[in-house]
Every structure is written in C-alpha cells, then in structure tokens.
Design a protein. Structure first.
Length: 302
C-alpha cells in the first residue's frame, strides 16, 4: 500500500523501516534534510516539501503525521489540508490531546478530508516488537488503512484495533499513558524500599531478574527495569529527575471533569513534579512548622 510519512524522528523513522517489511510504497518528508537522506538510504522515496509529497502520492492519498504534539502537529495538518484533495486521509500518530483531535477532525471533514488518529505505543522497541495502536476515525478510512496497521502491529490480528470515532484513539492512548505512569511509580517505590533495607544487602538487580519469571508482577516494564539495573545497579549515573510528556496531566484533568477517582495515576504524576524540585519550599515549611508547634529540632542545611 502507498503511504506518505511526515516526521522522521526516532519513532517515525523506525515505523517507516518496519513498514518496508510489508513492502509498502513509502514517500517521506522531514524538515531536516539529513533525516530524509537517511530514510532514502534504506529504500523510501524522499521528498522536499508537503507539496512534493502530495504530488508523488496517488489518490486517494494517505499521509501519516509523526511530529511533536501541539503546535507542530497543528501547523503540519493545516498545511496538508491545503495540498491534499477531497477523499484523502490525514493520520495523526503522535500524542495529541484528544480534544484537539476531535476539533481538527471536524475541520478536516468540512474540507472533505478523512482524519484518523492513532494512539501509538512501542517506543524504540516497536521496530522489532511491533507497535500497539488504538485507532479512531470513520470506519471507511480505517478499513482502507488496514494493511498499514497490520504491518506495524505485533501481528496482523493483534495489538491494534478501531476503537471508535475521531479522538477515541488518542483518548485511549492518554489513559494508557496514565496507567503507565502508575505502573512505573509502583516499580520505582518497591525497588526504592528494597534499596534502603541495607541490613539485608539485597541485590535488587538479582531480584528484578527473579520477578521477571513466574511472578504476578512480571511485565515488559519490569524487563526494562531489570535491564537498567543490570547496567548500573545503584543508578549512580542517573539523575532523580522525571519528565512528563503531557498525557498524565490530561488524564488527571479528564478524571476531574468526569468526577472519576484515579488516585494512583494522580499520585504518580505528582511524584514526577516533586522529582524536579531540588529544593522543595513546602518541605522546608514542614520542617519549620514542626519546630514551631512542638519544639522539634530544626533540620538545617549543612
């Protein structure tokens, strides 16, 4: 099947390479000419602009957008809407806020363009293991793109599915990432507790390996934790600073709107915020308050 791809960051480039295994006809564009040159080296057709990309595709065209969420996605889709024709399809495979996706889909529909949103998970391992994809959009457009999803997925009939109308694919991916936050935080807290039990001299790298087999907490995330600990058991070279890409915040905001309790995901998000404060003013105040009301020793900076 023929497909255009815009955005050749690490994940976009890996997805393009996996698609080649399905013998799809691929045209690519990226603002970085070096990324296009690298893609051409493994067998795709490089283009110089979205206009050039559209010109090389046969109608009805399908263009997969794999650029950062927010304004980059907004601008790219708006540009594509000007160069594509009625009946063509724009696929957003990035981590867009589902509300933006719903809005853009309605705007594109007014122009006769199909919008398909794909909540894509798999990270840097997707090129080998396949990608998990929750797909939103109208059934006709999704059905026509089936061969693409079957090639990208772990298997043709596993790891992907049409979950609902426009926006639903990104909504489910938002929830997925919130769950991911909670799972990662649980592993982090458990291993941290063992790390502090110094009297037992626990080898937490060994324990991670034990848990990987037969345990009810075994998972791919645990496999990755075991890999990280095998490389550096004390994580001496790793900073205790955890970034977030936005989906956890959106999930918590959505839960508030729907009056749905998600305490684990909320707590995991808050822990990420806390990790970024080298000097937490709130903790300083707690220290001072204990001294004020109880005369407890005031811990001071060394």
């Amino acid at each position: 099947m023929q497909l255009g791809m815009i955005g050749l960051g690490k994940m976009g480039a890996n997805m393009t390479r996996r698609l080649l295994s399905g013998e799809h006809d691929l045209m690519v564009f990226d603002r970085n000419p070096e990324a296009v040159a690298a893609a051409k080296a493994y067998g795709v057709v490089g283009t110089e602009s979205p206009e050039d990309l559209a010109g090389k595709l046969t109608a009805p065209r399908a263009v997969w957008v794999m650029v950062p969420s927010g304004e980059p996605t907004e601008q790219t889709i708006a540009h594509l809407a000007e160069v594509l024709d009625r009946g063509d399809t724009i696929i957003d495979g990035g981590n867009s806020n589902y509300k933006d996706t719903v809005r853009r889909a309605a705007w594109l529909a007014e122009r006769g363009l199909h919008a398909v949103d794909v909540g894509t998970s798999g990270g840097i391992w997707g090129i080998e293991e396949g990608y998990s994809m929750t797909v939103g959009g109208d059934a006709e457009a999704v059905s026509r793109l089936g061969p693409i999803f079957e090639t990208l997925a772990p298997a043709a009939d596993k790891g992907w599915g049409h979950v609902g109308p426009s926006g639903s694919g990104h909504f489910v991916k938002m929830v997925h990432n919130g769950v991911e936050y909670g799972l990662m935080e649980a592993y982090a807290e458990g291993f941290n507790l063992m790390h502090h039990k110094e009297e037992f001299g626990l080898d937490i790298s060994q324990i991670a390996e034990i848990w990987r087999h037969g345990s009810v907490v075994r998972s791919w995330l645990l496999n990755l934790a075991a890999r990280a600990l095998a490389d550096d058991a004390d994580l001496d070279g790793v900073a205790p600073y955890v970034q977030d890409s936005g989906e956890g915040r959106w999930a918590v905001a959505e839960a508030i709107e729907l009056s749905v309790a998600i305490p684990v995901i909320t707590s995991a998000l808050e822990q990420r915020f806390a990790s970024r404060e080298a000097e937490n003013f709130g903790n300083k105040l707690l220290n001072a308050l204990r001294n004020q009301f109880g005369g407890h020793e005031l811990q001071r900076k060394v």
